[in-house]
Write a protein that binds this ligand. Structure first.
Ligand code: URA
Length: 245
């Protein structure tokens, strides 16, 4: 454990405390749910001293002692939510975290649909979560999608040009035949992360999606991890993969 000792701004201090993504923390500050020494925080960049100031979110005091960052790669099975908890008691990604990491506040960096399988990163590193989920960073995400039929050249071309969905045109995707050369399985690489994007792209072509598995985010791959398996990736490797100084 290292204690943060410098004066910093509110958003950076809270993001560094590993309690959630930068975007979510910023929203909470803007919604007036964050206090500094008993006063509602006024802006994201408000100066704070993490050694002295008392910060709460929704009335709960935040421990500003910085946790060691941990990165777990899960091969998410189907029927598992990529959330921290579920009020209906359904299984979530956090249920796969081994006992020895349970004292850390690890949460999924990004989302996969309930039925989508594959690579889900669980971490307490708010900065990395922000990099992986913010469109500005444009990290490639590679999916293997299994369809009910062969795609035509024209359909492939349409995906590569951009497809008009109800929330706007998609950025060009890279499409190729899936590695295992299985019938009707394609590799699709996108860098956006809209809700159910890959499914909606294929559905708009009139294809049925039988299976969707994420196998890569930037240089981080699922490797030979089986469904339901989870393993730690060392921080140094993560820094190298995502080019973090
Ligand atoms: N696209 C989808 O449609 N679903 C996912 O889970 C991820 C990307």
């Amino acid at each position: 454990m290292i204690t943060m000792s410098e004066k910093d701004d509110l958003l950076r201090v809270l993001t560094g405390a590993g309690i959630g993504s930068r975007r979510k923390i910023a929203a909470k500050i803007m919604e007036g749910r964050v206090t500094v020494n008993g006063k509602i925080a006024e802006n994201l960049r408000q100066p704070v001293d993490s050694r002295k100031d008392r910060i709460t979110i929704d009335g709960v005091e935040i421990n500003l002692v910085k946790e060691k960052h941990v990165y777990l790669v899960l091969n998410k099975p189907p029927d598992v939510l990529s959330t921290v908890s579920d009020d209906r008691g359904r299984k979530t990604a956090v249920d796969f975290i081994p006992e020895k990491y349970r004292h850390l506040r690890l949460y999924p960096a990004g989302r996969l649909d309930k039925d989508t399988t594959g690579l889900l990163l669980l971490t307490n590193d708010g900065e990395l979560t922000n990099r992986l989920t913010h469109p500005r960073y444009r990290h490639d995400k590679e999916y293997l999608v299994t369809l009910d039929r062969e795609m035509t050249q024209d359909e492939k071309y349409r995906l590569e040009k951009g497809i008009v969905l109800e929330d706007g045109i998609t950025a060009p995707a890279k499409v190729s035949k899936g590695k295992d050369n299985q019938d009707y399985t394609y590799s699709v690489v996108i860098h956006e992360g809209r809700k159910r994007q890959v499914r909606r792209m294929f559905e708009s072509l009139g294809c049925r999606v039988f299976g969707l598995r994420r196998i890569r985010i930037g240089g981080l791959t699922l490797g030979d991890l089986k469904e339901g398996e989870i393993k730690e990736t060392p921080a140094a490797e993560i820094r190298k993969i995502f080019d973090i100084k």
